[in-house]
Design a protein around this ligand. Structure first.
Ligand code: PLP
Length: 430
C-alpha cells in the first residue's frame, strides 16, 4: 500500500516536530507520514495513500471526518464570530444539553481540552474538601498535567499507593500528594482511602480505564466508599462521554459521580472540554468569591468558543438520532468478536478488550483487569501488530492504546480491518 514517497515531507516534519509527531504517536520514520484530508472513515496523506481510520483523532471524530452537518454548522458560525471567551447562545444551549443529559451535571464550565477539564475537576474537589491528596488508578490517564501523568506507564511496579511520575518535569512534591490504587480492586482501594481519609480531597477514575472495563460492582463500590467518607468522586469521561451512551459512562454503568470531565467526542473533532457536577462544588469558581479560602480560579480563553460549541451541537444532534448507540456498540462487538475468532483460529494467545466502539488486543493469556495485567503482556508483540496494520493502510496509534470506531465506519470497514489484521497476525504466528 505504501506509494512512492516524496521524502521531503517526512524530513520537513522531523526537522520541526520532535519525533515528527504532534505528540505521543511514535511512528517509525520509514512509515511516518503527513496527512492531507479525511472523509468519513477514511484518512488520506499527502502521498495519496488512503487509510481506514481507527484512530479518529484519538476518538474525537465520532461521526467520521468532515461530516457535512458539522461542516455546515461551523461554516455558519465562523461567519458570525470566532471567539468571545464569554457566554454565547451556543455555549448556553450546549451547557443546557449537558445538564439534561449527564446525570451528575447541575452546573457546567467549558475548557479547550480534556486535560484542562480534568485539571479543573481535580482542583474543585480539593478546594471543596480543603484537602490536598488525590487518588488515581495505576495506568489511568487524565491528560498531560502533573496529576494525569502520575503512574501512567510505570516501568517499575511498586507497592500501592506510591506514585511515580511517568513524565520528567513533573513536580517531585506531587508524589506525596497522589495516591495510586489498582483499578478493579475495591478492597485495596478502600483500604488506601481509609488510611488517608483525612487528607484525601478526591478520587478520579476513568470508568472504562483505557480499554479495561470495570468489574461488576467496582464503580458502584467506589461510589459507596467515597460517598460514605464524603470524598468527591470524579469520573473522567473524556473518552466515555457521549460514546458508551448518550449520557456517557454514568448512564451506561448506572453510577453517578460528584464531578465529571468531558471532551473528545463531544466536539466531533473540534477542540473542546467541559467539567460539570454538583452545584455546591461547581459554584466554588464564582468570581465574586475571589479572595475567599476555597475560591477556584477558572479561566480558559478557548473554553466555550462558539465554533467548537456549534460543532458540538451539530455532533450531539446526530448522536441523539435513534439507533446511534446500538450501531456504535454493534460495530465494536463485530470488531472485537472478529479479532477473537481470528486469534483463536491462528492459535495466538491474546485478549481482546474494550467496550462500545473501542477495542484493543492484549497479547496475554491472563484476564486483563488492570494496568499490571497489561504490563505483563507481550507489549512488543502488541506494537508489531499495530505497526503491521498501519503498513496495510489502517490509520492508528501504534502506542498500542485504543482502536476507535465512528458512525461513519461501515460493515465493510470492519471486514477490511479484520482481513488486514488476519494477514498481519499470520506473519506473527511463528
Ligand atoms: C481519559 C482521558 N482523559 C483526559 C484526556 C486528555 O484530553 P486532551 O487530549 O483533550 O487534553 C485524554 C486524552 O486522551 C483521555 O483519554
Amino acid at each position: 500500500m505504501v506509494g512512492n514517497k516524496d521524502t521531503n515531507w517526512i524530513e520537513r516534519s522531523f526537522d520541526v516536530f520532535p519525533g515528527g509527531s504532534l505528540g505521543e504517536f511514535n511512528l517509525p520514520r520509514e512509515i511516518s507520514t503527513v496527512l492531507s484530508h479525511g472523509k468519513g472513515s477514511r484518512t488520506y496523506d499527502v502521498f495519496g495513500r488512503e487509510y481506514i481510520d481507527y484512530s479518529l483523532a484519538w476518538g474525537s471524530v465520532i461521526l467520521g471526518h468532515a461530516h457535512p452537518k458539522i461542516a455546515e454548522a461551523v461554516k455558519k458560525q465562523v461567519q458570525k464570530a470566532f471567539n468571545f471567551s464569554y457566554v454565547t447562545e451556543q455555549a448556553l444551549e450546549l451547557a443546557e444539553e449537558i445538564v439534561r443529559t449527564i446525570p451528575c451535571a447541575e452546573k457546567v464550565r467549558f475548557a479547550a481540552s480534556g486535560t484542562e477539564a480534568t485539571m479543573y475537576a481535580i482542583k474543585l474537589a480539593k478546594a471543596y474538601t480543603g484537602r490536598d491528596k488525590i487518588l488515581k488508578f495505576e495506568g489511568s490517564y487524565h491528560g498531560a498535567h502533573d496529576y494525569g501523568v502520575m503512574s501512567l506507564f510505570p516501568q517499575t511496579l511498586v507497592d500501592f499507593p506510591l506514585a511515580q511520575p511517568t513524565s520528567a518535569g513533573t513536580s517531585q512534591a506531587l508524589s506525596q500528594e497522589v495516591l495510586i490504587a489498582p483499578f478493579n480492586d475495591l478492597e485495596t482501594t478502600a483500604r488506601i482511602i481509609d488510611r488517608h481519609r483525612d487528607q484525601l480531597g478526591g478520587v478520579i477514575v476513568e470508568p472504562l480505564q483505557r480499554c479495561t472495563p470495570p468489574k461488576e460492582g467496582f464503580l458502584e463500590g467506589l461510589r459507596e466508599v467515597t460517598r460514605q467518607r464524603e470524598i468527591p468522586l470524579i469520573f473522567d469521561e473524556v473518552v466515555t462521554g457521549f460514546r458508551l451512551a448518550y449520557g456517557g459512562a454514568q448512564e451506561y454503568y448506572g453510577v453517578t459521580p460528584d464531578l465529571a470531565a468531558l471532551g473528545k467526542a463531544m466536539g466531533g473533532g473540534f477542540p473542546i472540554g467541559a467539567f460539570c457536577g454538583k452545584t455546591e462544588i461547581m459554584d466554588l469558581c464564582i468570581e465574586a468569591n475571589l479572595g475567599s479560602e476555597n475560591y477556584v480560579w477558572v479561566a480558559s480563553t478557548g473554553g466555550g468558543n462558539p465554533v467548537s460549541m456549534a460543532a458540538s451541537l451539530a455532533t450531539l444532534q446526530e448522536l441523539r438520532k435513534p439507533g446511534t448507540y446500538e450501531r456504535l456498540h454493534g460495530l465494536g462487538n463485530a470488531l472485537r468478536e472478529g479479532l477473537r475468532e481470528i486469534l483463536g483460529n491462528l492459535g495466538i494467545t491474546a485478549q481482546v478488550i474494550g467496550d462500545g466502539p473501542i477495542g484493543q488486543v492484549i497479547f496475554t493469556g491472563e484476564k486483563v483487569i488492570d494496568y499490571r495485567s497489561v504490563f505483563r503482556s507481550d507489549r512488543a508483540k502488541g506494537r508489531r501488530f499495530m505497526l503491521g496494520l498501519f503498513e496495510k493502510g489502517v490509520f492508528l496509534n501504534p502506542l498500542g492504546t485504543k482502536l476507535y470506531l465512528s458512525l461513519a465506519h461501515s460493515d465493510n470497514d470492519i471486514d477490511a480491518f479484520l482481513e488486514r489484521g488476519r494477514e498481519v497476525l499470520e506473519t506473527m504466528k511463528a
